[in-house]
Design a protein around this ligand. Structure first.
Ligand code: BES
Ligand code: ZN
Length: 629
């Protein structure tokens, strides 16, 4: 039964990664040596990459992915060699290197330069000097170095960086006797999308016994304060949940504001957006998320971006387990009764927020990208990206947890799965197969048989509504009900509501409040005049510096307030989306300007700020605004 099922699942997705033009399946990568030299003058990198390959299939050529690179020279086994460039497509330009098919182990070296069209790096002016950072996920590594640019290939690395300023790369720092030369060693095999370089006037401060945080000097103390309370606790909880942390150190780097994501799980050097530094530790769960990737994604990796849900769904699952365990530990230290139960309430509360995000994304995304497994043939994975792989992936794992008998029954599987697949990359069929392999001997195959795998993995839209514990959400829902009845009865809202109402709420409950009000107001006829009174009722949301509040609060105001472009509310919000680079805020921000003000104003705002944005962010916003890319 199960083997037929798994074969069926396997057949519904590609055998090989469709987003690479390389012939990666013919080779094993024994080792990679990558050296990058930074020029802040020309805003390019000079690179040398050397691969030690095992030719598994007697191939007579090596084909690597490249994108907008200038290739200077190719060597095979140390000797200058012929090469060809294939045709340019949406996946870049393949670099084709003829080799002797009879030689089992072979060394390929490519010397090259990046160009100003590189989509993986951004040169910027930092607060204290010139700065460069890279971001390769999903398929931008090919514009940083020629590679088998698929998460299906892993290699141990040695990295060298040359730069007048401090460098970090995706490995453990090694001693260097030369000024301006930095060495890093990554003994654990990693895929190309985790390769990274940062260089700038970086300083570091300890935030745990095996963790430093890096940033430029002016923000360093604030970064340290934000994370030092939680860092080591996060690692220890994750170690109990999965198994020991294998990467030795977990350091992180808070980037300048144009960093386009919340965080990025670079091995040994997690990258973080500065929007996390909100001085109240309310966004540390992003750190928990990136830490969780040390197991899900970095040790155990999706074999192509078609199975991206396995990276992110698992990571959100682990992140929520960590957040729940921290809440339980805090409740315990405060002497509360049933701390474990409270931890679960917090975990479920986070699931409810996640579910709201899932509904939003399912409503706005192209239906073909609302399934767990994607078909990415001739697609840019950046276009498929949304919260769906995170939240639907999470829902799938939570569904399995519940079906199989709750935490106690699911926890041993977590350890088994991550041990089995560490250092490798896998697809969704192998995941399902492993579930059967683990639970069949425990007499639970029939539970697995009752799962509708086809709908879960390949169906579009929302999955079935999970059974959430709503204890913490109900407090918010009751308060929102008061809003609804007051409006229906034409009550005086200035008299009925004030900021003191929400004093007893936790930060996350307040976020749910703003989201739920927005949802309710969509279904009611709420006058713009009423909306315009909200800043008076809740001045703290209006003055917040926390992106999670700023984004939700402005969605509430600008969606229903009929403000015009010159209104200070709109101006302030437009300036904010120009000053942050995190796509989670920037992209919905422009969409809000389109729907709440005008397309014209959204485009004019984008033109004002486009040069601040990272190349990936700029491209995505242009697509959202209907501008040529
Ligand atoms: N790996 C992702 C970021 C990413 C995904 C970059 C796809 C490029 C392509 C990272 O781990 C992530 O998920 N970040 C989230 C954090 C959040 C879910 C806590 C983000 O950036 O918002
Ligand atoms: Zn992630």
């Amino acid at each position: 039964m199960s083997s037929e099922l798994i074969e069926k699942i396997r057949q519904r997705s590609h055998e090989l990664d469709p987003c690479t033009q390389s012939n990666y399946s013919k080779f094993d990568v024994k080792h990679t040596d990558l050296s990058l030299s930074v020029s802040f003058e020309t805003k390019t990198l000079a690179g040398v990459v050397t691969y030690t390959l095992i030719n598994k299939d007697a191939s007579n050529e090596v084909i690597l992915d490249t994108s907008v690179l200038d290739i200077n020279q190719v060597k095979v086994n140390g000797n200058s060699a012929e090469y060809k460039l294939g045709e340019l497509s949406m996946y870049g330009t393949p670099l084709i290197i003829p080799i002797d098919s009879k030689q089992q182990e072979i060394q390929i070296t490519v010397e090259y330069n990046t160009t100003d069209k590189c989509t993986a790096i951004q040169f910027i002016q930092g607060d204290t000097g010139p700065y460069i950072f890279s971001q390769c996920q999903a398929i931008h590594a090919r514009s940083l170095f020629p590679c088998f640019d698929t998460p299906g290939v892993k290699s141990p690395y040695k990295f060298t960086a040359k730069s007048p300023s401090v460098c970090t790369m995706s490995g453990r720092p090694q001693p260097s006797s030369q000024k301006n030369i930095y060495y890093f060693d990554q003994p654990i095999p990693i895929p190309s999308y985790l390769v990274s370089i940062t260089s700038g006037n970086l300083k570091k401060a300890p935030i745990g016994p095996r963790s430093d945080v890096y940033s430029e000097e002016p923000n360093l103390a604030a970064c340290k304060w934000e994370f030092e309370k939680d860092m080591e606790n996060f690692i220890q909880i994750a170690e109990q949940l999965v198994f020991e942390y294998e990467w030795e150190r977990f350091d992180s780097l808070v980037l300048p504001s144009s960093f386009p994501y919340g965080g990025m799980e670079i091995p040994n050097m997690t990258q973080l957006t500065p929007t996390l530094i909100c001085k109240d530790r309310t966004q540390t769960k992003v750190m928990a998320h990136e830490l969780a990737h040390s197991w899900s994604g970095n040790l155990v990796t999706n074999c192509s971006w078609e199975h991206f849900w396995m990276n992110e769904g698992w990571t959100v699952y682990l992140e929520r387990r960590i957040v729940g365990a921290i809440a339980a530990a805090e409740a315990k230290s405060q002497g509360k009764a049933n701390p474990e139960e409270y931890g679960e309430q917090v975990r479920h509360f986070n699931m409810i927020i996640g579910w709201n995000g899932l509904i939003d994304s399912v409503n706005t995304m192209d239906p073909k990208f609302t399934s767990l497994v994607w078909d990415l043939e001739n697609q840019d994975p950046d276009d498929a990206f949304s919260r769906i792989p995170y939240e639907k992936g999470f829902s799938f794992l939570f569904h399995l947890e519940c079906k199989l008998g709750g935490l106690k029954a699911f926890d041993p599987f977590i350890k088994y799965y991550f041990k089995k697949f560490r250092y490798t990359s896998l697809n969704s069929a192998e995941f399902v197969k492993t579930l059967y392999e683990f639970y069949e001997p425990l007499g639970k195959a029939s539970l697995l048989d009752s799962i509708d795998w086809n709908t879960w993995l390949f169906g579009s839209g929302l999955p079935e509504y999970p059974n959430f514990d709503t204890t913490l959400a109900d407090q918010v829902f009751q308060y929102v009900e008061k809003w609804v009845t007051t409006i229906q009865n034409n009550g005086d809202i200035l008299q009925q509501f004030s900021e003191t109402d929400v004093e007893s709420f936790e930060g996350e409950q307040e976020m749910l409040l703003l989201e739920t009000l927005t949802e309710k107001f969509k279904t009611m006829k709420v006058s713009p005049d009423l909306i315009k009174k909200l800043p008076e009722i809740y001045p703290k949301y209006n003055n917040s510096g926390n992106g999670e509040f700023i984004s939700r609060w402005n969605e509430l105001l600008i969606s229903f307030g009929k403000y015009n472009a010159t209104d200070p509310i709109v101006q302030k919000f437009a300036n904010w989306i120009g000053s942050v680079g995190r796509m989670k805020y920037v992209r919905p921000g422009y969409k809000l300007l389109i729907s709440g003000v005008s397309l014209e104003f959204a485009i004019a705002t984008f033109k004002r700020f486009e040069n601040n944005y990272h190349p990936i962010c700029k491209t995505m916003v242009k697509k959202d605004l209907g501008l040529d890319v």
